[in-house]
Structure formats: structure tokens, C-alpha cells
Design a binder for this molecule. Structure first.
Ligand code: ADP
Ligand code: ZN
Length: 738
């Protein structure tokens, strides 16, 4: 960086110029290095300070990463000013560096997650109030008189309220301020959330629960970093148990972060928190308004807010004194961010906990193989709750062999499942039908010519959505109307829906049970999160007979009237070719069947399958999770798959196939893998085109002892650079392989 005109201090010779202070400033853009700026005399900056700096022809915000003395700073541009924002703590800066090193993302991009750049400065107007302080003005209009009367009690009033009450415009009040009669003052901010009370209620724990609580409290009292895997079957009281860890952290006046995979949908969780602590925790997710986010941001930085329940991005907030991190449903795939910085919030939670010296609790009924292995190896403390609370039984799980008991033609519910649903309705209990497919049908084709509806931007089939009367791509969001005639052969009434989605299942349910109240719970129904929250509450209150849902119904909800879970297609997902397919299906079906029988009636789950002898299905039916984990872990170990080996994916994409492919090949040719490293591919990605971008993948697999980041850095430094519109994305520990 060079400055345009010689700065004043260059008039002095180097030798008698005082040593200049140089600040290395990290800028929240896709930049890995911190740029050096000189600190002008009179300005004091320290590492962590948020500053305004010039960048190219613009002014931008950045964070001082380091300051140092330099002999000459005359060729550097100067820091312009300090921003009115809370400095980043040294642990948060360390965390940013750590995440960037691990994910190979540019540090600036990671910093951006910690800054929420546009919101960091208090550019949102703080409500102003006025108070009567001076003598009445010489010119007293009726409007002014009304204002003065209202303010005669000497109290502070919000300007806007005052305008309404007195029926005057803001100009009248501004005039009185100019005359010195009224004094403007910022209105006090409402507290972000009242303090949760650790002793608001006391829970009476079972023996097993007490033991678990004891172990968690122990980890908090030790004041060391530690990770605990809290593994308990669905309904065993994991939430009640980890609430005690939150309570203990509150007593120490430190902050707790509870990470949740679907925080926007967990109204029930917030209610339970309120029952235990008297107030709701602060929430952090995409549905929280900008203004509220900003309040939370500063309340956390000042230490005023003590408990936050948030989505993965809450991991990057500026806690004043973080004393506990809980990762609820730690096995959830939603914790992996798949764009921008590719990071896994569960793994990074463990890192942040270590840096903050805060214990981390990973909770799940069906933990990830990774966490299980860490627990078995003694790296994590393993706390178990093997039984449901209150003597409730685990649901009885059985299969329906679709080869023997098939549904009718064009139908998806087998006769046996239908009769079980009927009995459940007659008992006044609820049924949940689980099918992880949104929309009406995953594929539409022409019976006449065989034409299939494909997305124009992606190599995917369009999914029919009947409620919206549209065909949609679930990868790029492309929507088109479902035509009346085949676009290829012009045949009329020839389009056929292939396979079921939840909407189609609803049709079948309505046909079979015309008097039942049925509801589809899916993330893409109109009405958004607010409607979903209300519907989930209605289900919990017992208002529906049959609930048809995608994976979002599986997540931690407590439906006391639910006694039957029907898994419409238990094989879905087992055939995906994803190395974690078995684990994922086991977790997903374990969660969804775990919704049954959490109230006063026993629960039952029926898995419809064409392959009931598949190890995953057998494990679910037998309830022998240990055996499933053992076998799956052994297989991973034999194949050196994570966590016994390391994986990274390179995703090469371009607007055309040819440049993507040739760059992918050039990269692979430069790989020169050392011992312990395997480079597989390039191969065209399973979804070859997404949003018009042609995609190739290279998979890097290494022994556990190989520092995969160092190898990738060294390789990519040697390899040719991507040019034109070719992009290279790096995904360390990839979770998806499409
Ligand atoms: P999990 O998170 O393991 O699925 P929860 O914490 O949701 O389990 O507990 C399941 C149900 O049992 C909830 O309704 C919860 O309030 C209740 N519960 C669990 N433990 C207790 C306890 N010790 N006292 C009272 N209710 C409990
Ligand atoms: Zn598409």
C-alpha cells in the first residue's frame, strides 16, 4: 500500500524520527493476511480494536490483530479512527485464527462471522427522549404548551411517544430543544433478557440422572477445559440434566451457550427453559431482527446476557466470559456449514471451549461415530442415561416387509400400517408418518414419451409441489409451472408423478381416513417459521390425529400424545453412496422413532422396508445401538475413514464443463501425494451441475497422523491457479458428497 502524498513525518530523516507504531489490521473480506497501517500520533490502538482503515479507494472496517514498533512507516497508509464497537477479545481472535487454519478459509472470512460487519457499529438509531430542564420559551404556541404540560413532571419521555401524546410534530420538540427548554437524552435500553435464576425451580432427579448431573457439575467446578459426551436415549432427560450445568454456570456468573440445530423451531425448548429458570434465554438465529441481534451482540460482550440459545453462528459471538458450551443433538448435519467458511460447529465448539477454558457438553441420543470414538478413547468424558425418564418404555420397533405386505398400486402405505393407524386413532392417540421428501413427488415424467422434468440450472429432477402448483428444484430454487401438456411430445394428460413426497402422502391419508385431522409439517409450506412453531405447538397439544413430516419433525420435539411412528421409506438414504449413509439413517430413524411414547402411552414404530435385514434396520429393531456402533466403527477403522483417517474434498466448478474438468485434472497432476496420503479423482460430482456451474470433485484421504491442512497448502501453492470463472472450494471433513 502506498500513499498518494508524502506524509508529514517523512520530512524528518529516518534516524531522528521516533519509531512508528504499526498496526496489522485484518479486514473482514476474503483475505488471509492482515494489512499494515501506521497509527497516527494521538491515536492509541490495541490488538482487538475495531478500526476504520482505507482499503484501495474505500474506507472499511477492520480489527487490529497486532501492533508493533517499526522503524519506518512512511510508505504505509494510516489508521483513520477507532470504531465505536466492542474490541475482540484475544481468545476470540485466537479462535478466528484457529478456525481459519483448520478450514483453510481466508482469515478475513472467518473474522466476518465474528464481526457481522454491517451491524457492528451502532448505526441503528437509538431512541431519543427529552426532559424538561429550562424555562419556557418566549413564544408559547398551543402545541408547545401541550408538550410542556406533559413534561411538567420532569420525567424522561421518548420523543416519538411525546409527539403522539401531545399531537405535535417532531419539529415542535426540536424547536424546544433549540431554545434550551428541553434536553435530549438517549432512552435507557430495555435489558436484553432478564437474568435467568438458577434456583427458580428444583428438579427431582432419578438416580441415573443425579449421577449424570454430578459428573457435569464436576466438570464445571474443575474450571478446566473438558468435553463430555452426554449420551442418553430419547426421553431420558438430557435437557433437564444439562440445565443443571447451565444453572451452575449462572451461579458462577459466567455465560452459557446452548447450540441447537433448528433453534428457530424450538419454541418448546424455550418454554422448558423458562419453566426451569423463570425467563427465556436470548435467541440467536437467522430469524432474529438486525436490531435485536445488535443488542444481543453488545449484551454478550458486556457480560450482561448470561445464556444464549443459538444456531451454529452463535459460536462466533463476542462472549465476555464464556463458561459453558452445550451442543444439543451433536450428531446433526445442520452443524456443518456448507458455504463460505466450511466449518463444523460441533468440532469448533470444542475448540472454542478449550480456548475459553469452558467445559463443552455434547448431547445426543445417537451420537456421531466421531464423538463416540473420542469418548471410548478417553478424550471425552462419557456420561450415559440408558433409560427413559419416569419408567417410560422405549418404543417398540418392528418392520413391515414391503415385499410381503406391499401398498396398493400408486399407494405408499401398506395395509398393515393403515390398520395400525386406524387403531391409534380409535384410541385417541397420534400417529406420525415420516418421509424425508418435501413436495408431492420427487420426479414427474410423461407416460407417453418418457420426458422427465429436469432443472434448467442443475442436473436434478424437478420436485412437484401441488400446493404451490409448481415444479421446483431443491438445489437452486428454480420454480416453473407444471404444464398441462408434455413440453416434449405435446401429449395431453400424460404427466405422471413418480414416487411420494409428504404432500402426496397427505392425499393418501385423506383418502384412507377422511375424518381424521391430518397435518403436513414441512419447512417449505407457506407461512414460514412462525406458522411452523404454532403447528408444532398444536401437535404437542394433541390437536391432530396424523402428522406427516420431513426430517424437521424428528428434531427433539416432545409430543405427549404421539404413540405410533410410521416410517414410510426406511430404505431412503441407505442407498445414497455417502460414506456416512448408515450412520445418518440410524441417527435419523433413531430420532424419529424416539418421538413415540414420550407421554403416558407406550410407543410403537413401524419401519416400511424392502430390505428389513439391512444392518441399520436390524439395529433399530433390536435396539442394540452398541452393536451398531461397534460394527460401524470397525468398518470405518478398516477403511481408514474418519475419525480413523482424515478427509478433505476439493470442489472445482466453472460455467462450462471443459475448463472445470481440465483445471481439476491439472490440480490432481500436481498433487504428488506423500506416503499416507491418497488423492482420488477428479470425478464429475454426483450432481454434475448446480446453479449452472459444472462441478468436479477430488477427494483427499490421509492417515490420521498426517496434517492434512499442511499438505493441502503445500500442494495448492505448487499447483496452477484457477483462472477465469473456475473456482476451487475446499471442504475439510466433508459431510456431504453430492
Ligand atoms: P431428552 O432430551 O433426553 O429427549 P428430555 O429432557 O426432553 O429428554 O426429557 C423427556 C421428558 O421427561 C420431558 O418432558 C422432561 O420434562 C421429563 N423429565 C425428564 N427428567 C425429568 C425429571 N427429573 N423430573 C421431571 N421431569 C423430567
Ligand atoms: Zn436447479
Amino acid at each position: 500500500m502506498s500513499s498518494d502524498s508524502p506524509p508529514l513525518d517523512s520530512l524528518f530523516s529516518e534516524s531522528d524520527a521516533p519509531a512508528a507504531v504499526i498496526a496489522d489490521v485484518l479486514i473482514p473480506l476474503a483475505l488471509d493476511i492482515a494489512y499494515s497501517y501506521k497509527v497516527p500520533p494521538g491515536l492509541v490502538v490495541e490488538p482487538g480494536d475495531v478500526v476504520h482503515v482505507p482499503l484501495a479507494a474505500r474506507e472499511t472496517i477492520g480489527v487490529v490483530w497486532e501492533t508493533r514498533k517499526g522503524a519506518s512507516a512512511s510508505n504505509l497508509k494510516a489508521v483513520m479512527s477507532k470504531a465505536d464497537a466492542t474490541p475482540l477479545s484475544s481468545t476470540l481472535r485466537e479462535f478466528v485464527d484457529w478456525v481459519a487454519r483448520y478450514t483453510l478459509a481466508p482469515r478475513g472470512l472467518v473474522l466476518r462471522m465474528a464481526l457481522r460487519a454491517p451491524e457492528i457499529e451502532r448505526n441503528e438509531r437509538i431512541a431519543m427522549g427529552v426532559r424538561l430542564v429550562g424555562a419556557p420559551p418566549a413564544r408559547l404556541t398551543p402545541a408547545r404548551q401541550r408538550v410542556l404540560e406533559i413534561l411538567s413532571d420532569g420525567l424522561l419521555r421518548a420523543k416519538r411517544d411525546l409527539c403522539d401524546e401531545a399531537g405535535v410534530s417532531a419539529a415542535v420538540i426540536d424547536g424546544l430543544i433549540d431554545e434550551g427548554t428541553l434536553l435530549p437524552e438517549p432512552m435507557p435500553q430495555a435489558p436484553i433478557s432478564p437474568l435467568p435464576d438458577p434456583d427458580f425451580t428444583t428438579t427431582i432427579f432419578s438416580e441415573a440422572q443425579s449421577k449424570a448431573v454430578g459428573e457435569l457439575l464436576n466438570s464445571i467446578r474443575q474450571e478446566q477445559s473438558s468435553t463430555t459426551l452426554l449420551e442418553g436415549v430419547t426421553g431420558s432427560g438430557k435437557t433437564e440434566v444439562y440445565f443443571e450445568a447451565v444453572a451452575e454456570t449462572l451461579r458462577k456468573e459466567r455465560q452459557s451457550l446452548i447450540l441447537m440445530p433448528e433453534i428457530a423451531l424450538t419454541g418448546q425448548f424455550l418454554d422448558r427453559f423458562e419453566k426451569r429458570f423463570g425467563v427465556r434465554p436470548a435467541e440467536w438465529h437467522s430469524g432474529v431482527s438486525g436490531r435485536r441481534r445488535e443488542k444481543i451482540f453488545s449484551a454478550l460482550a458486556s457480560g450482561e446476557a448470561k445464556v444464549i440459545a443459538g444456531a451454529r453462528s452463535a459460536l462466533f459471538l463476542p462472549y465476555a466470559d464464556l463458561g459453558l458450551i452445550i451442543v444439543d443433538e451433536e450428531h446433526e448435519t445442520a452443524y456443518k456449514q456448507e458455504d463460505g467458511v466450511h466449518y463444523h460447529a460441533r468440532d469448533m465448539a470444542v475448540v472454542r471451549g478449550r480456548l475459553e477454558i469452558a467445559p463443552v457438553i455434547l448431547a445426543s441420543a445417537t451420537p456421531s461415530i466421531e464423538s463416540r470414538v473420542n469418548a471410548k478413547a478417553g478424550r471425552y468424558t462419557h456420561v450415559k442415561l440408558p433409560e427413559r425418564h419416569g419408567g417410560r418404555a422405549m418404543p417398540d420397533i418392528a418392520t413391515i416387509d414391503l415385499r410381503v405386505d406391499p401398498p396398493g398400486k400408486g399407494r405408499f402405505l401398506s395395509p398393515r400400517l393403515i390398520s395400525e393407524i386406524r387403531e391409534t386413532i380409535m384410541r385417541g392417540e397420534q400417529t406420525l408418518l415420516y418421509l424425508n421428501r418435501r413436495g408431492y413427488a420427487p420426479l414427474t415424467l410423461c407416460r407417453h414419451c418418457g420426458h422427465r422434468f429436469q432443472c434448467s440450472n442443475c442436473t436434478t429432477w424437478l420436485v412437484e409441489h401441488r400446493f404451490r402448483r409448481a415444479l421446483m428444484c431443491h438445489h437452486c430454487g428454480h420454480v416453473e409451472r407444471r404444464p398441462e401438456t408434455c413440453p416434449s411430445c405435446s401429449a395431453e394428460d400424460s404427466l405422471a408423478a413418480c414416487g411420494p413426497g409428504v404432500e402426496r402422502l397427505q392425499e393418501e391419508v385423506a383418502e384412507q381416513f377422511p375424518d381424521a385431522r391430518a397435518l403436513v409439517l414441512s419447512s417449505d409450506m407457506p407461512g414460514g417459521i412462525e406458522r411452523l412453531r404454532r403447528e408444532i405447538e398444536a401437535v404437542a397439544a394433541g390437536e391432530f390425529n396424523i402428522v406427516i413430516g420431513t426430517q424437521l419433525v424428528a428434531k427433539g420435539h416432545h409430543f405427549p400424545y404421539l404413540s405410533l411412528v410410521g416410517v414410510v421409506d426406511a430404505d431412503l438414504g441407505l442407498t445414497s453412496g455417502d460414506p456416512r449413509a448408515a450412520e445418518r439413517t440410524f441417527q435419523m430413524l433413531g430420532q424419529v422413532t424416539g418421538r413415540a411414547g414420550r407421554g403416558h402411552t407406550a410407543g410403537r414404530a413401524l419401519l416400511q422396508s424392502y430390505d428389513p435385514d439391512h444392518p441399520v434396520i436390524r439395529a433399530l429393531v433390536s435396539g442394540d445401538a452398541e452393536r451398531f456402533y461397534r460394527e460401524e466403527t470397525n468398518q470405518r477403522e478398516a477403511a481408514s475413514m474418519p475419525p480413523f483417517g482424515r478427509l478433505a474434498a476439493l470442489i472445482i466448478s466453472a460455467n462450462d464443463r471443459q475448463p472445470a474438468e481440465s483445471y481439476a485434472r491439472a490440480l490432481a497432476r500436481a498433487a504428488e501425494p506423500p506416503p499416507g496420503v491418497m488423492v482420488l479423482g477428479p470425478a464429475e460430482a454426483p450432481i454434475a451441475v448446480i446453479r449452472g456451474r459444472h462441478r468436479f470433485r477430488i477427494l483427499v484421504k490421509t492417515d490420521r497422523a498426517v496434517p492434512i491442512q499442511a499438505y493441502l497448502k503445500e500442494w495448492l501453492a505448487r499447483a496452477p491457479k484457477a483462472t477465469g470463472n473456475v473456482r476451487l472450494g475446499i471442504d475439510i471433513d466433508p459431510q456431504s458428497f453430492y
